[in-house]
Ligand binder design. Structure first.
Ligand SMILES: *Cc1c(COP(=O)(O)O)cnc(C)c1O
Length: 403
């Protein structure tokens, strides 16, 4: 029996053919597949604009730059997330603050967020980074109304949730990352996520100004768009004028301008081709994940040792992760490993990471997140997990508790 990981990519012959085709073409990077991927992704998520980038962390970094995170700016997020959510703020010199999680959904507790904001001077915080943890969509309609009261921006970390949605107060489906409530949203295409491109990421937004900034920042802050050039044509050409009539001068073909300090955070064309191909199966993948989750739910629902994930009625969960809460967590984790089943823990609370100690957080200060961490375990969930494999996982877990 092959080892069973907690998550893995699904690569088909169609994916391989799409990549090979690009490898044989003229463009390995900065070619036509990028815009094609962006357009297809924006269509899937239901947003106006999408910007493909090198990875999810780069996406977060660019979002912070585009929205204007500056040294000293304070940003709020959940302690139960991957460190990239918080690191990206620090890259810009900003500071991170945490709000404890809701014990049911494991997402940032919006009641506690409101309390924290009400008890702080207006202007203390600049923005919020909500995380659709495990694939559970944040109620961004409510978060937006809170954010508006305090003039905060929202960058949604939707890495876990492409295809997930919540039903808003008007009965409309609001897909994660669709830009209706958040200013910006980000996704990752790491192989354990829903869509795999090796490394890769995407930013989505409905805001045209932010979109334009992101395009610049993704590629060194360089533009080749003559309509945006700031230097005069004379400066661009030098003193060797093309025609004596300065009205007829145009910028030379080689000319570009660096107008901001950006980065090389581009995705390659063969990755974009893989992304386009993967995207065509994304919806089916989320359905598969839900089917697998349901089978786990049914197996464990009456088991006193195991708490299954909560899913509210107005939620379509994207199930990047299937997180259970258990007693004797380390024992179960080790026992499953001995049986070639590799579970994982998501996440070690960020405020307990040694690097983040400088912020002054101590154990006990975010008790719900810490207690969650002591008992959480992510079981294998991915579209190619077979029925036989899943039954083996379930039986091995049940065996552990009766042994
Ligand atoms: C994967 C992930 C990231 C970072 O994405 P990379 O592509 O690995 O850089 C950020 N936030 C969350 C919640 C993630 O799961």
């Amino acid at each position: 029996m092959d080892p069973i990981p907690y998550g893995r990519q699904h690569i088909t012959q169609q994916d391989i053919d799409a990549v090979v085709e690009v490898l044989k073409s003229d463009y390995l990077t900065q070619g036509p597949k990028i815009a094609e991927f962006e357009e297809a992704f924006a269509g899937y998520i239901g947003t106006k604009y999408a910007v493909a980038v090198a990875n999810g962390t780069a996406a977060l970094h660019l979002c912070n730059l585009a929205i204007g995170t500056k040294p000293g700016d304070k940003v709020i997020t959940s302690p139960i997330t991957f460190v990239a959510s918080t690191n990206s703020v620090l890259y810009c010199g900003g500071e991170i603050d945490f709000v404890d999680i809701d014990p049911k959904t494991y997402l940032m507790d919006l009641d506690k967020l409101e309390m924290k904001l009400a008890n702080s001077h207006k202007g203390t915080f600049k923005g919020i980074i909500p995380v659709d943890f495990a694939g559970y969509p944040v109620n961004l309609e409510r978060l937006r109304s809170i954010a508006n009261k305090y003039n905060l921006w929202i960058i949604e970390d939707a890495c876990h949730a492409p295809g997930g949605y919540f039903i808003d107060s008007e009965g409309e489906k609001q897909y994660c990352g669709n830009g209706k409530f958040a200013d910006l949203a980000i996704f990752s295409f790491h192989p354990v996520k829903h869509i795999a491109t090796g490394e890769g990421g995407m930013i989505t937004t409905n805001n045209k100004d932010l979109y334009k900034k992101l395009l610049l920042l993704r590629t060194h802050g360089i533009t080749k768009d003559a309509n945006l050039f700031q230097n005069t044509i004379e400066t661009a050409i030098g003193n060797e004028l093309q025609t004596p009539n300065s009205e007829l001068q145009t910028y030379p073909g080689w000319y570009y301008e660096m107008q901001d300090l950006g980065f090389n955070y581009r995705l390659t064309d063969f990755q974009a081709a893989l992304g386009i191909s993967q995207l065509s199966r994304a919806e089916e993948g989320v359905k598969e994940r839900n089917r697998i989750a349901k089978k786990y739910d049914e197996a464990f629902t009456n088991n006193e040792e195991i708490k299954i994930p909560f899913v509210d009625d107005n939620i379509f969960h994207a199930f990047h992760l299937y997180v259970i809460q258990v007693k004797k967590r380390k024992g179960l984790y080790d026992y499953l490993r001995e049986n070639n089943i590799f579970t994982q823990v998501h996440y070690i609370p960020v405020h307990l990471q040694p690097f983040y100690k400088y912020l002054g957080w101590k154990k006990g200060e975010l008790p719900i997140a810490e207690k969650y961490y002591e008992h959480c375990l992510s079981l294998p969930i991915y579209p190619t997990l077979t029925d036989v494999e899943q039954s083996l996982i379930i039986n091995t877990i049940i065996n552990f508790y009766i042994k």
